[in-house]
Design a protein around this ligand. Structure first.
Ligand code: 4NP
Length: 156
């Protein structure tokens, strides 16, 4: 059975779609697209059905990632029973996720950056109200943690 990974942020238009697109490309390059299933969601409901933020799509595109097919959806408690990894971008979203938890989750629930052993950051900072630098930082952190996550899953 495929390993199922869900990335979660607040709006599901900046950080989690970036993680979704970056990790998907890494998984595809490793030829593991049938073994690892990826999705993303937001704890908020403002951007349901919407494509990712234009700035996130532009910054990702400059590094060779296509986020344009992705659409926003809201995280729900049932995701905790569906996914082997529910990975939050920051503590605030992790708190919302665990507050919705009604029974023992199926798998690991935690912060995405835990999978980057070398990162001094524990959280991916929200780039929504800042400039383009924030989106570059998101990509840097996400690319690095994606490598660590793939290595971790391959060792399972
Ligand atoms: P994200 O960024 O959680 O990385 O998708 C945000 C997107 C939208 C909002 C906040 C953060 N918002 O308030 O609409």
């Amino acid at each position: 059975m495929a390993v199922k990974v869900l990335f979660v942020c607040l709006g599901n238009i900046c950080r989690s779609p970036t993680a979704h697109g970056v990790f998907q490309q890494l998984v595809n390059q490793a030829g593991l697209q049938n073994k690892i299933e990826i999705d993303s969601a937001g704890t908020g409901d403002w951007h349901i059905g919407k494509p990712p933020d234009k700035r996130a799509m532009q910054a990702a595109s400059e590094r060779g990632y296509d986020l344009s097919p992705l659409r926003g959806r809201q995280f729900s408690a049932s995701d905790l029973q569906q996914f082997d990894y529910v990975l939050a971008m920051d503590q605030e979203n992790l708190k919302v996720i665990t507050a919705l938890q009604q029974s023992k989750p199926r798998g690991h629930v935690g912060l995405f950056l835990e999978f980057d052993k070398n990162s001094e950051f524990r959280e991916v900072p929200d780039p929504y109200y800042g400039g383009n630098k924030g989106f570059e930082k998101v990509l840097d952190l996400v690319e690095s943690a994606s490598q660590g996550l793939l290595e971790h899953i391959q060792k399972r």
